[in-house]
Design a protein around this ligand. Structure first.
Ligand SMILES: Nc1ncnc2c1ncn2[C@@H]1O[C@H](COP(=O)(O)OP(=O)(O)OP(=O)(O)O)[C@@H](O)[C@H]1O
Length: 229
């Protein structure tokens, strides 16, 4: 299980007078369940991008356990992420022309680690998120259906770190409940670290810690009020 240490990280873009992200220090213990919240433009996706290595940090450190992903090459970061993080991003990154089932299986197949168990689990996850046609091609799916395929894919290999950007946005109540339940159940069962960008109380009230971003800074870091015991 890996802890996360973010130290002295700033992200700047040309033409902007202040950084879009400024995190002097952040520690997340292994197995923590954390929600990141804040207004639009406050830096939530940027923080997720640096935690996952999707965006390379030029100033500071992003250490998961003993690995500082800020110093890894893009290829090494991709490999590290594939091995350690179940990732759900808002733009899904699904492959058109492939079925829902094949999209869920693709990362496991690419890493040549796919097992018969994975196929059974892929079908079961697709069923749990409310998709009845695993053979349906993803480009014929609605946005909400694609979202559920991407969630199933992130969960397939029981990752020790799960990071999800707005996983229940644009889902109907039943599907959002199913996705929230899956994320929480999996993180509990596996002891995974769960980091979620979300405003959805179905998720946030059940997490242990809330980071609120304001203009790129962590303005508060506290337990979520109204947490369900
Ligand atoms: N490539 C870029 N060049 C310039 N500014 C950028 C770039 N990428 C992000 N930003 C700015 O950085 C700030 C933080 O963006 P970010 O996407 O992290 O916010 P967010 O909190 O995730 O927003 P939302 O809730 O709307 O998705 C925003 O003001 C955005 O305009």
């Amino acid at each position: 299980m890996l802890s996360l240490n973010v130290d002295a990280v700033t992200v700047r873009y040309p033409g902007l007078s202040s950084p879009v992200l400024d995190v002097p220090s952040l520690f997340i213990a292994p197995g923590s369940r954390v929600v990141i919240t804040g207004a639009s433009g406050s830096g939530k996706s940027t923080l997720v991008n640096i935690m996952t290595g999707l965006e390379r940090v030029r100033d500071g450190y992003v250490r998961w356990g003993d690995t500082d992903i800020a110093v890894l090459s893009e290829r090494a970061r991709d490999r590290w992420r594939g091995m350690n993080i179940g990732l759900f991003m808002q733009d899904f990154h699904l492959f058109p022309g492939l079925s829902a089932f094949d999209n869920v299986m693709l990362p496991a197949r690419l890493s040549r680690a796919a097992k018969k168990d994975d196929e059974i689990r892929a079908k079961s996850l697709l069923h749990e998120v409310g998709l009845q046609r695993p053979e349906q091609s993803v480009e014929t799916m609605s946005r909400g259906e694609m979202q559920r395929v991407a969630i199933a894919r992130a969960l397939l290999r029981r990752p020790s770190i799960l990071i999800a950007d707005e996983p229940t946005a644009s889902l109907d109540t039943d599907s959002a409940d199913a996705v929230a339940h899956l994320l929480l159940a999996l993180s509990l069962a596996e002891g995974s670290t769960l980091i979620v960008v979300s405003h959805d109380p179905r998720l946030t009230r059940q997490l242990d810690r809330c980071l609120t971003l304001v203009a790129g800074r962590i303005a508060s870091d506290s337990s979520v009020e109204g947490k369900v015991a």
